[in-house]
Design a protein around this ligand. Sequence first.
Ligand SMILES: Nc1ncnc2c1ncn2[C@@H]1O[C@H](COP(=O)(O)OP(=O)(O)OP(=O)(O)O)[C@@H](O)[C@H]1O
Length: 296
Amino acid sequence: MAPEPAEAGRELVLTVEGLNVVYRTEKPVHAVKDVSITLARGEILGLAGESGCGKTTLAYAINRLHRPPAEVSSGTVTFHDRGGADIDLLNLGDEELRAFRWSKLSMVFQGAMNSLNPVISIREQLEDVLTTHKPEMGRAERRARCEEVLRLVGVDPRRLDSFPHELSGGMRQRVMIAMAMLLDPQVMIMDEPTTALDVVVQRGILREIIRLRDELGFAVVFITHDLPLLLELSDRIAVMKAGEIVEYAPATEIYERPSHPYTRQLLGSFPSLTGERGAFVRTGPEATNVNEGAAR
Ligand SMILES: Nc1ncnc2c1ncn2[C@@H]1O[C@H](COP(=O)(O)OP(=O)(O)OP(=O)(O)O)[C@@H](O)[C@H]1O
């Protein structure tokens, strides 16, 4: 499937072309099949599909985080840097890759909140990212940046001296999002970032993500099996089935005119989407009142 041309006037930040990922196990699993997607600057791209369809494998491969037995058998991933340079992600050396991750593209994983080190304070864990990537940064500046990102995600900076177990699950996940934002990346890949949280907390965090995207202009690949949530959040949606992207269109089009039978089936499996069409509210960048919409 050829990548969709960028919408008029929208500059691209990421292009994935013909990507194939295979798990080289005894019986090889072709988990990602000829996937081509583009991500525009500031865009929220939703990646939908049932468990096991290959969403996580795709996200890992984009950021070169896949490990054997997973192998990218063909395809390209190109990052279009702010300065105009194109970065061929699949061919970066290890050092370049380390410098690239977090600073240009960061990831918030499924259950990331549990990956915080329990015996190290939030401050130390955030500062560690800065010391590694920006060794030139002074102590005061580092502290200020950590406070700033916590504020951005709605966590009181006084929490910096807390340990992970002293924070609720929602707060820990916000801390992980803050960490992903520390170096001001151009792209964030979020893999089921709120699935483990209750609906109210989930809504709050999603509202923050939309607001921050509007303010800071980063692009997001948002992965979830929760299609109703993606319809509200995303500009475009790619629907994945058994490793393939079977439909790829603006969220409104997916909702109003789903063309693939599998998309229709997915939409049909969410009772909240099958009622009065007028009840549905989109909260994309064009929506006038993003916060109110997302709060529903
Ligand atoms: N280490 C592995 N070895 C072999 N096959 C794997 C491995 N990891 C994943 N797979 C297979 O690859 C396919 C895609 O899995 P993946 O985890 O990417 O799907 P997903 O859509 O992200 O699912 P979920 O929403 O449950 O995380 C599945 O068939 C899965 O069984």
